[in-house]
Design a protein. Structure first.
Length: 300
């Protein structure tokens, strides 16, 4: 797991890499995000308190004048390294506010934008989310809900609760025969966060609604997976999938079942009457199931 941290940190400038390499492995294992702000302390996000980094990889919860702080030039260099020194090649992703890195790590971007085009013109802070393979992430889910065949599910939870990780492992298990048979699984991967799925049909880079429709047209999936559903167009496309006989597994951002009920696009998701279960994840540790709801109960 420390290897995942080091792989994500490879986009950092050499001075920052040199110090973060020295962080103890057990601390690296606990880190979910590396936050960089120009001329401000570098922060490591964990399930507990954020950590500040000092020389030699020493980490602690208290700030001070000796903590590691990226310069404005180092923040810009990190951005350019993430773009592989070719910003124009990643303009579409940058407009969406993030860059997907090799291995599924994701760099969120913040800064000044052009008032007319909305393009990001100057990066001032970024959030590097560390992606990890979790080979048992969906085991409990599969053992509980998929032993007798496929069903449609919504995986809900707050940020960094492991929604994408759980969907990725669910796709792997269903496609590789770990749930009793080999299912035809299609994944709409708009942010390139579903690597290492050799038995799945993965559509990369297209919009979610179009990706869902394209998968239905050309791959005849039995199970269709898509991360972070929320717009009316995406729900329309999912309804087409249900009409074509596919089951669907999607993720949504929410802290509680009550919040899920209150958000209008997600109300409609439930009102399709096609989802059998809603799996609510705890904030930490990642991929921990808090409650499995009958989706029909949340519609009432």
């Amino acid at each position: 797991m420390a290897d995942c941290f080091d792989a994500a940190a490879e986009i950092l400038p050499e001075r920052l890499q040199r110090e973060t390499r020295k962080i103890p492995p057990q601390t690296k294992h606990a880190v979910t995000e590396i936050r960089l702000r120009a001329e401000a302390p570098l922060l490591l996000t964990t399930a507990d308190d954020p950590l500040f980094v000092r020389a030699g990889g020493r980490c602690g919860v208290f700030c001070g004048s000796d903590v590691l702080s990226p310069t404005a030039a180092e923040v810009q260099e990190t951005f350019l390294r993430a773009c592989r020194w070719s910003v124009h090649s990643f303009e579409a992703q940058i407009r969406d506010g993030f860059l997907t890195l090799p291995g599924g790590h994701r760099l969120g971007l913040c800064g000044m934008t052009d008032a007319v085009t909305g393009a990001l013109t100057h990066v001032t802070s970024m959030n590097l989310r560390v992606a990890r393979q979790a080979p048992a992430a969906a085991k409990t889910l599969c053992d509980t809900l998929f032993t007798r065949g496929l069903c449609s599910v919504i995986v809900a939870g707050p940020p960094v609760s492991g929604k994408t990780t759980m969907l990725r492992d669910l796709a792997r298990r269903l496609s590789e025969g770990e749930c009793g048979r080999y299912y035809r699984v299609s994944v709409v991967d708009t942010r390139q966060e579903f690597p290492f799925l050799p038995y799945c049909d993965v559509l990369i880079g297209c919009g979610k609604a179009e990706g869902i429709r394209r998968a239905l047209r050309v791959m005849s999936p039995q199970m269709l997976l898509c991360d972070e559903i929320g717009t009316a167009a995406e729900i329309d496309a999912l309804e087409q999938g249900f009409s074509a006989g596919a089951q669907c597994a999607v993720s949504v951002h929410t802290d509680t079942a009550e919040t899920l009920r209150q958000r209008k696009p997600l109300q409609r998701l439930l009102q399709t009457q096609q989802f059998r279960h809603v799996i609510l994840l705890r904030r930490a540790p990642p991929c921990t199931i808090d409650t499995i709801y009958d989706a029909r109960e949340l519609c009432s």
